[in-house]
Design a protein. Sequence first.
Length: 223
Amino acid sequence: MVQVPVGESVKLIDSSNPNRDFEFQLSGNGISLGRSKLTAGDENAKQLFAGDRGEIKLESGESLYGFGVDSKANGKTADINIEKAGFIINFQPRSTLATVETTAEDREAPARSDDFVFESGSNVTLPANGTITEEFEAPDRADSLGLLLQSTGDAELNVLFQPTANGQTIAQRGPTQDPTYSTTGGAANQVFKSVLIVAPHIEVDIVDNSGASNQVDYAIYAR
């Protein structure tokens, strides 16, 4: 690493250096570049700023000087790391762009997925004291579960969260936790809820509380 004080010219690369291609990274403060001490301090010289990094290519026999410029007005010394250019890697696009790692199965998932699960029923007969159950795995990175239930009589929704299919229930939302998960029936008394997804496997139970045959419409959307 070469340090370039503010207002001073420092040789960065000597003309005798056999390498002509270099990689650089600058921190601390800015510098201007030139082939001599004089040209490096010229007001029209090429300037680099703290945080800049890239490649420098020189002709055979050329030297390179850096002049300390106080671009941030902080008085700091410019620190420039210059190394011989290394090997080149040309990357091909990934099969999935903008991904994040997942630890569950040591794989990748989209940072923002369009995957969703949608289950619904229209004018479904719910037997007296009976239950309609929908089970599914939440999509990768899904965080929200939308629920809607409309019935002709008393009914309720129960949402069970499990780590795997047929696994032990580790969390639950229903009338026990929130009375608005139940309805006395009719369009004006729909159950319309949104709940955070807290486990991969989800079971939604629609339960009749009317003691008679009940007609229900429902929609379940996980994303």
